[in-house]
Design a protein around this ligand. Structure first.
Ligand code: PAF
Length: 290
């Protein structure tokens, strides 16, 4: 009979360092998936990709208080450790780092990092301090886990760009692997926050995907005017009685600066409330060349 390899649960930084040392001694690469738990197919797709790339896979599960504003959903953010543990194990994750907040942020903790320009637009405007919280915890996790590769979903596109910039600016050696958005059959982007939706809000929320897809088709057919396209997408979403729009923006895919003319790789990004849930989504807008 083959050896049964159970996923290890690591609670302290010291335990992670020990685990990493053992992997390194065995000549294994370390592939890392940072998460806040309450797993869905989107998370599992990152873990499967990390596994398929070889090496040993470690997932962190930490609802990071630093990235939630005082009026946000830190307390009620969905949590289910036993379910998460079983799901991660089922896709072959080797270790899960599940620290207490005091392990990550001892009482005298006082350092934060800020990726200046990329943190300002889009979600940065309505969630002050959010991306500083993300960049700080991810940098800490990178120093603790010392991964060769780390996997991030494109659903949090601004977060992905910020982490890529952080890695470049601070000369980190980890390779960031962007992974595509995973959607429900009707197009709704998977998110742990989808559990906040009532059945009516859940049905209405598909307008986000439909309007983004429509925008993508317009650009593929030659539409260049970002202002007009943005207004049209906004109108489609606003037509839903359940939607309260935070923003609809068309931005340069690299710098996240707003575009007037879609003449380069761009991204359309939306954030809207459906009841208590603040949902985000985005899609690539690639103007045909020539
Ligand atoms: O995307 C997330 O789940 C979080 O922002 C991350 C990257 C795990 C940092 O807390």
């Amino acid at each position: 009979m083959g050896k049964i390899l159970l996923m290890q649960i690591l609670k302290t930084i010291a335990e992670v360092r020990q685990w990493v040392q053992e992997c390194r001694r065995a000549g294994e690469a370390i592939h890392f998936v940072p998460t806040m738990g309450y797993f869905h197919e989107g998370h599992l797709s990152l873990m499967r990709r990390a596994k398929a790339d070889g090496g040993r896979v470690i997932v962190s599960l930490f609802v990071n208080p630093l990235q939630f504003g005082p009026q946000e959903d830190f307390e009620r953010y969905p949590r289910d450790f036993e379910r998460d543990r079983a799901m991660a194990e089922s896709v072959g994750v080797d270790a899960m780092f599940v620290p207490e907040a005091s392990e990550m942020y001892p009482p005298d903790f006082q350092t934060q990092v800020r990726v200046q320009r990329l943190s300002q637009p889009l979600c940065g405007r309505s969630r002050p301090g959010h991306f500083e919280g993300v960049a700080t915890v991810v940098l800490k996790l990178f120093h603790i886990v010392t991964p060769d590769r780390a996997y991030f979903g494109e659903k949090d596109y601004q977060q992905l760009r910020i982490i890529q910039q952080l890695v470049r600016d601070l000369n980190l050696t980890v390779e960031i692997v962007p992974c595509p958005i995973v959607r429900e059959p009707d197009g709704l982007a998977m998110s742990s926050r989808n559990v906040y939706l009532t059945p009516e809000e859940r049905a209405a929320a598909t307008v986000l995907y439909r309007s983004l897809q429509w925008a993508q088709e317009q650009v593929a057919q030659g539409m260049r005017d970002a202002h007009v396209l943005r207004e049209q997408v906004q109108a489609q979403i606003a037509a839903s009685p359940y939607a309260r729009i935070d923003y609809v923006e068309i931005v340069d895919a690299e710098t996240l600066e707003p575009l007037e003319v879609i003449d380069r790789p761009a991204r359309i990004a939306v954030a809207a409330y459906f009841g208590k849930a603040r949902l985000i989504d985005n899609m690539a807008l690639n103007p045909p060349s020539g």
